[in-house]
Design a protein around this ligand. Structure first.
Ligand SMILES: Cc1cc2nc3c(=O)[nH]c(=O)nc-3n(C[C@H](O)[C@H](O)[C@H](O)COP(=O)(O)O)c2cc1C
Length: 230
């Protein structure tokens, strides 16, 4: 239901086929989240390459930087159960992320590799954003992108993708894993294979965004919870 309200409306009633968004339909938007403390570092460089292709394919793009300040982790207070879509912590960009997600049709979550895993800030932000506001992401396509000097991208991508695959989100890939390599943007721009992977990812995501926006999900199967300790 929530998803139909977010992605439906004008889009649901409009044919969005192939590479053409039918005239008069609402604009399609992608939200790209930069989980590095560096506003315009390597992760940003990778996201910018994805963004270029999204824009070429008529998808509007916003890159949201999570900043370099503290990002609180989830304290399992349960307050968001009483106030869906709102996390109790107001001093970092997580509520902004949820709000922007409501009006977005697809996502890329990017992170530098830290000790073989995503940045703590991205993981904390995703835990809270998905726990408080999963409905803003449900059923919309998304991708994980990792930037590393040398190793740890796959574990990083896997960790990020868990948020997508527990939330009915199709995971978008490219012709190699979604990774770039370098310690500086200039080094990333020497990673010819990484650059091509990001560009193809942008094209694939644009196509998925159009396809999923054209066919919003219907009513969900009623679910039951099988935790046995009550
Ligand atoms: C705390 C820390 C841990 C890191 N761990 C790894 C690592 O495990 N593997 C790796 O290849 N690079 C590692 N790096 C390097 C970064 O992943 C790499 O420079 C990345 O491209 C930086 O992206 P950014 O400019 O968007 O922050 C680490 C960097 C930092 C600061």
């Amino acid at each position: 239901m929530a998803r139909a309200g977010l992605v439906g409306g004008a889009l649901a009633a409009t044919a969005v086929l192939g590479d053409e968004v039918a005239e008069g339909s609402a604009k399609l938007r992608a939200l790209l989240v930069n989980g590095s403390p560096h506003r315009e570092g390597c992760t940003y460089t990778a996201l910018s390459l994805v963004a270029e292709e999204l824009k070429k394919n008529n998808v509007e793009v916003e890159i949201l930087h999570l900043g370099a300040g503290p990002v609180q982790d989830c304290i399992a207070c349960g307050n968001c159960r009483k106030h869906p879509g709102i996390c109790i912590w107001k001093d970092d960009p997580v509520n902004e992320l949820i709000d922007k997600a409501k009006n977005s049709h697809g996502f890329v979550f990017g992170s530098p590799v830290y000790y073989g895993h995503p940045s703590g800030r991205l993981l904390s932000a995703l835990d809270r954003a998905f726990y408080a506001g999963s409905f803003a992401f449900t059923g919309k396509p998304g991708a994980a992108v990792a930037s590393s000097r040398r190793a740890g991208s796959l574990a990083t991508i896997d960790a990020i993708q868990k948020h997508l695959t527990i939330n009915q989100m199709p995971v978008i890939s490219s012709f190699y894993w979604n990774e770039v390599h370098g310690n500086t943007p200039e080094q990333v721009m020497q990673d010819a294979e990484g650059i091509a992977v990001m560009r193809q990812l942008g094209r694939n995501l644009a196509r998925a965004i159009k396809a999923y926006a054209a066919f919003p999900s219907g009513e969900e199967i009623p679910r039951s919870y099988t935790n046995f300790i009550r």
